[in-house]
Design a protein around this ligand. Structure first.
Ligand code: SF4
Length: 376
């Protein structure tokens, strides 16, 4: 069996998520945990497939103690379905308790180091990304959205944490990479542990919802937090892991380099519809074969749109699945129905986002003096 590589900056191909339990120590989501997450379709439909220390968060919810949920985005473009999943998860975990605070880092330092995106472009995209979050339902009263480059606190933490890992440790986790990427890994650790600084009330459980390929950052940060449990009181962060969003072309991961492979929340609705109609499917070669043998939803990115991204009603998803496998449904009509959901969602979302833009600017401004403080 070949070694499975999780690369937060490159392409990760995961065919069997069970390997992440065995090879990286990620825990499966048990029925008991699932019961506490049952309102979330990503969990009940197994898009969230694993976690680390999620009990820390469910305990905090049950006992009314403060906790944080944190994630972020490299501002290299508009939200796509992968960033939407993370945003939906942040909003869900924020909604579980009035004692929850959501943190969202606009990773402009990482976007510069990894993609060469200049800070002016990052600032423009930061407002769009923040407005996306608000339009999806983030509660702005308990939210801190900030740019990494605005945060002296995060930069100080990154500097402090850089003492905790040798070159060999970083190479073992990430492979041989430019120094700037190693630096941005410490900046990410600073982002994840920022909610535990005195600026935000001190140590507390922090949950990070991430795609499976981001696990190296979680492992590094948990290790750093452990090393600073005595002097700074840091608690290793918890994480929930979701599957990678499949490309509309059927590959295991979308590529920002190929616009037809993914839907973004800034796509004109009619464009998005065209992408769905052009998508790969799990259909058969001929109508006759499909009627006789049924099709395969398990390899079909159009089915993913129903199952994970746009349809809350379990009954509709079950019908699509059963009609697909029995041959009662053909791919053309199925794509049209899915495209209708996508189009309607984008129309609503883009209207809401427009209204949220001033609030997004206000939130980014509001967080600047906070995250600009000394962290310890
Ligand atoms: Fe995919 Fe629908 Fe075709 Fe089934 S019928 S393979 S779900 S497009």
């Amino acid at each position: 069996m070949s070694e499975l590589q999780l690369d937060p900056w490159g392409t990760t191909d995961i065919k069997d998520y069970n390997r992440l339990y065995q090879e990286f120590g990620i825990s499966p989501v048990t029925d008991e945990l699932l019961a506490s997450l049952k309102a979330n379709r990503y969990a009940t439909r197994k898009f969230i497939f694993g976690h680390r220390d999620l009990q820390q968060i469910t305990d905090a919810v049950a006992s009314g103690r403060p906790y944080a949920v944190m994630s972020g985005i490299k501002p290299t473009g508009p939200f796509h379905l992968g960033s939407k999943v993370t945003a939906d998860e942040i909003i869900f975990f924020q909604s579980l308790s009035k004692k929850a605070t959501a943190f969202y880092a606009i990773a402009d330092v990482e976007a510069y180091c990894d993609n060469g995106v200049n800070m002016a472009e990052s600032s423009r995209m930061a407002i769009i990304n923040a407005a996306d979050l608000l339009a999806l339902g983030l509660d702005p009263e308990r939210a801190v959205i900030y740019k990494q480059s605005d945060s002296l606190a995060v930069q100080d933490l990154a500097f402090i944490f850089s003492r905790d890992a040798t070159f060999n440790t970083l190479k073992a986790i990430y492979g041989e990479r430019p120094i700037g990427l190693y630096l941005s890994a410490f900046v990410q650790a600073g982002d994840i542990l920022l909610p535990q600084t005195k600026i935000f009330g001190g140590p507390k459980p922090v949950l990070v919802p991430v795609g499976a390929d981001q696990d190296p950052h979680i492992r590094l940060t948990r290790d750093i937090a452990q090393k600073h449990s005595a002097d700074l009181g840091l608690i290793p962060p918890s994480a929930v892991y979701h599957k990678l969003v499949r490309s509309l072309k059927g590959d295991t991961k979308m590529s920002k380099r190929d616009p037809m492979s993914m839907i973004t929340l800034s796509d004109p609705p009619k464009e998005a519809k065209k992408k769905v109609l052009a998508a790969f499917t799990g259909g058969r070669a001929t109508v006759e074969e499909q009627r006789r043998l049924g099709a395969n939803p398990n390899i079909c990115p159009v089915y993913d749109l129903y199952l994970y991204h746009f349809v809350d009603d379990d009954g509709i998803v079950r019908t699509v699945h059963d009609e697909c496998t029995s041959g009662a449904r053909l791919c053309g009509e199925c794509k049209l129905q899915a495209a209708g959901y996508v189009e309607a969602f984008l129309q609503r979302h883009q209207e809401k986002r427009k209204k949220m833009t001033p609030k997004a600017e206000e939130l980014l401004e509001r967080s600047r003096p906070l995250v600009g403080q000394k962290p310890i």
